[in-house]
Write a protein that binds this ligand. Structure first.
Ligand SMILES: Nc1ncnc2c1ncn2[C@@H]1O[C@H](COP(=O)(O)OP(=O)(O)OP(=O)(O)O)[C@@H](O)[C@H]1O
Ligand SMILES: [Mg+2]
Length: 484
C-alpha cells in the first residue's frame, strides 16, 4: 500500500482528496500546515507528499526546503492556485517532483500521482543482482547464472563506485530497466533521486522541453516557464529509456550535458549547471542509427563508455529454470500462498522456446500458468498453445483475433502455412475477410509492440506513418488501444 501525505489547510481539498484516493492501494494522511506535515513525515515515512504552496504558518516552499533536509529523495508534488506559478517553478528547482494548478483535473491528478508512486517504488525497492534464490523471502532482483548474465552483474558491480555513463542494450523484455535500477541502487548516488524518462513515450517536440525545461513564450503553448527533468534531478540519476528516439536538437543538448554538465532551457540563453548521472537504454541497434545518420556518432561514443549488453533469453536457456522458480515465488507472494511447482516436462518446453518477448514474456506465461493450473503443479496443458506445441498452428479465428496466432519467425514456410490456415478459417467463417483481418491484427500488434509509437510501428510494418494513421482510423483501432 502506498502512503500519501496531503498538506493543505483547506478542508475541502482534504475532503476531495479523501474521495479521490479512497482505494485499498492508497493510505491517505492529512496535515493542515507545513509544521504539522514536518512532524508527521519522520514517523509516517510517506511515499509521496502533495502540498499546497500557500498556507497559514510556513509556506509550502519553506516546508519543501526543510523536507529536503530530512529526506532528499522524498517525492513532493506542489499545488498552486492560478497566478502563483513562479513559486511552483522555484519549487521545481528545489527538486519538487511536479506541480499542479488548482483547481485540478482529477484524471490528471491521478495520473501524476501514479507516476510519482512508481518513481518512489523505483527508488525504494532495491534491485539486487544475484538475489539469493534459496532464501524463503522473495526479493526483487536480476536473476541469472548464465555466463553473459554474470558479465552483466560484474559490470553493475564495477559501475557502483563510479559516475560513468552507462548504455544498456538488449531486446525488449530482457531487463534493461531492472539493470538501470540496480546500477542506481548500488551507486554512491542512491541517496539522491532517480528519475526514469521514456523518450519514446513523449512526443518528439515535447521531449526537449521535458528534459531541459523551457522559458515562457519559447514556443506556442509555452505559457509559463518550465523546469526540466535534468534541473530537477540535480545530484541524482536520470534513466533515459529508448534513447534512440530523439530529435537532433535534443541529442545535441544531451551530448553537451554529458560533456560539460551544462544546458539551456528551450528558448533560454542562460547556461544552467547540473550534476546528473545518466544511464541510457535502447532496444534498437544504435550503431545502425549512427550509420543512417539518425543518431549523432559523438553522442553514441559518449554514451557507450560502459556498455551493458543484455543477451536475449533464447541465448541463455540455462537461466529459464531459475527465472521460473523466481516468478513462481513472486506470484505466490502476491497471492499469499505457497509457490506452485512445475513439471520438468514444462521446464524443458520452456527452455526450448525462442522467447521473442524475453523475460517479460516468460513472466507473463508463468503468471498465466499459476492462474490456469488446477492443482499444485503446473503441467504442459497450462502453457499457451504456441509454447506448449510450437509446431501446431492455432485452429480458430478467435485465436487470431486475440492476437495469439503463432506467426513465428519470418521464414517463408511458416508464412505459407499461416496463409493456408487463414484461408481454411475463411472457408469456415464466411464473415472473415482475410486481408483486412490480418492487416488490423498486424497494426494492433505493431502498436502494442512499440507502445503506441506510430513512427516506429509504421517502420516495423513497412508502411508510411500517414498510411498507418489512415488504417488506424479505418479500423477504429484508436479506441481499442486507448492511444491518440
Ligand atoms: N533477469 C531478470 N530477473 C528477473 N526479472 C527479470 C529479469 N529480466 C527481466 N525481468 C522482468 O521482466 C520484465 C521486463 O523487464 P524490463 O522492463 O526491465 O525490460 P526492458 O528490457 O526494459 O524491456 P523494454 O525494452 O520492453 O522496455 C520486468 O517485470 C522485470 O522485472
Ligand atoms: Mg524498458
Amino acid at each position: 500500500m502506498a502512503k500519501l501525505l496531503l498538506i493543505d489547510d483547506e478542508a475541502d481539498v482534504q475532503y476531495s482528496f479523501r474521495r479521490i484516493f479512497d482505494s485499498p492501494e492508497v493510505e491517505l494522511t492529512t496535515a493542515a500546515s507545513g509544521e504539522e506535515g514536518l512532524k508527521i513525515i519522520p514517523k509516517l515515512k510517506p511515499d509521496l507528499v502533495i502540498m499546497d504552496v500557500r498556507m497559514g504558518g510556513i509556506t509550502g516552499l519553506e516546508t519543501l526546503r526543510r523536507i529536503r533536509q530530512i529526506d532528499s529523495k522524498l517525492l513532493v508534488i506542489l499545488m498552486t492556485a492560478y497566478g502563483t506559478t513562479q513559486t511552483a517553478i522555484e519549487a521545481m528547482k528545489l527538486g519538487a517532483y511536479d506541480y499542479l494548478l488548482k483547481p485540478f483535473d482529477v484524471p490528471k491528478l491521478k495520473e501524476i500521482v501514479a507516476g510519482a508512486l512508481k518513481t518512489a517504488r523505483d527508488m525504494k525497492q532495491v534491485v539486487s543482482y544475484q538475489p539469493l534464490l534459496e532464501s524463503e523471502d522473495y526479493e526483487l532482483g536480476i536473476v541469472g547464472r548464465s555466463e553473459p548474465m554474470q558479465k552483466v552483474f560484474k559490470l553493475i558491480g564495477q559501475l557502483a563506485g563510479s559516475d560513468a555513463t552507462a548504455l544498456i542494450t538488449g531486446e525488449s523484455g530482457t531487463g534493461k530497466e531492472l539493470v538501470a535500477r540496480a546500477i542506481y541502487h548500488h551507486s554512491q548516488r542512491n541517496g539522491k533521486p532517480f528519475l526514469a524518462i521514456n523518450c519514446a513515450a513523449i512526443p518528439e517536440q515535447l521531449l526537449e522541453s521535458e528534459l531541459f525545461g523551457h522559458e515562457k513564450g519559447a514556443f506556442t503553448g509555452a505559457a509559463t516557464q518550465r523546469i526540466g527533468r535534468f534541473e530537477q534531478c540535480h545530484g541524482g540519476t536520470i534513466f533515459l529509456d529508448e534513447i534512440g528516439d530523439m530529435t537532433p536538437a535534443t541529442q545535441t543538448k544531451i551530448l553537451r550535458v554529458l560533456q560539460s554538465g551544462t544546458f539551456e532551457r528551450v528558448g533560454g540563453n542562460q547556461p544552467i549547471q547540473v550534476d546528473v548521472r545518466v544511464i541510457a537504454a535502447t532496444n534498437k541497434p544504435l550503431e545502425q542509427a549512427v550509420a543512417a545518420r539518425q543518431f549523432r556518432e559523438d553522442l553514441f561514443y559518449r554514451l557507450n563508455v560502459v556498455r551493458i549488453q543484455i543477451p536475449p533469453l533464447r541465448e541463455r536457456p540455462e537461466d529459464v529454470r531459475l527465472l521460473v522458480n523466481y516468478f513462481l515465488k513472486k506470484f505466490a507472494k502476491d497471492q499469499q500462498g505457497s509457490p506452485k511447482s512445475i513439471s520438468s516436462a514444462v521446464i524443458k518446453t520452456l527452455e526450448k522456446y525462442h522467447w521473442p518477448g524475453n523475460v517479460r514474456e516468460l513472466e507473463n506465461v508463468i503468471q498465466r500458468a499459476v492462474v490456469v493450473a488446477k492443482g499444485d503443479v503446473i503441467l504442459p496443458g497450462d502453457l499457451p498453445p504456441e509454447i506448449a506445441d510450437p509446431g501446431s498452428l492455432a485452429s480458430s479465428p478467435a485465436q487470431l483475433a486475440g492476437g495469439q496466432a503463432p506467426v513465428g519467425e519470418s521464414g517463408g514456410t511458416e508464412l505459407a502455412s499461416v496463409a493456408r490456415m487463414l484461408f481454411r478459417w475463411a472457408r469456415q467463417d464466411p464473415k472473415l475477410k482475410v486481408i483486412p483481418a490480418v492487416e488490423r491484427e498486424l497494426i494492433i500488434h505493431a502498436l502494442s509492440e512499440t507502445k503506441g509509437n506510430q513512427v516506429h510501428a509504421a517502420k516495423l510494418l513497412g508502411i508510411t506513418r500517414a498510411t498507418l494513421r489512415k488504417r488506424v482510423e479505418k479500423f477504429a483501432i484508436t479506441r481499442e488501444l486507448n492511444i491518440k
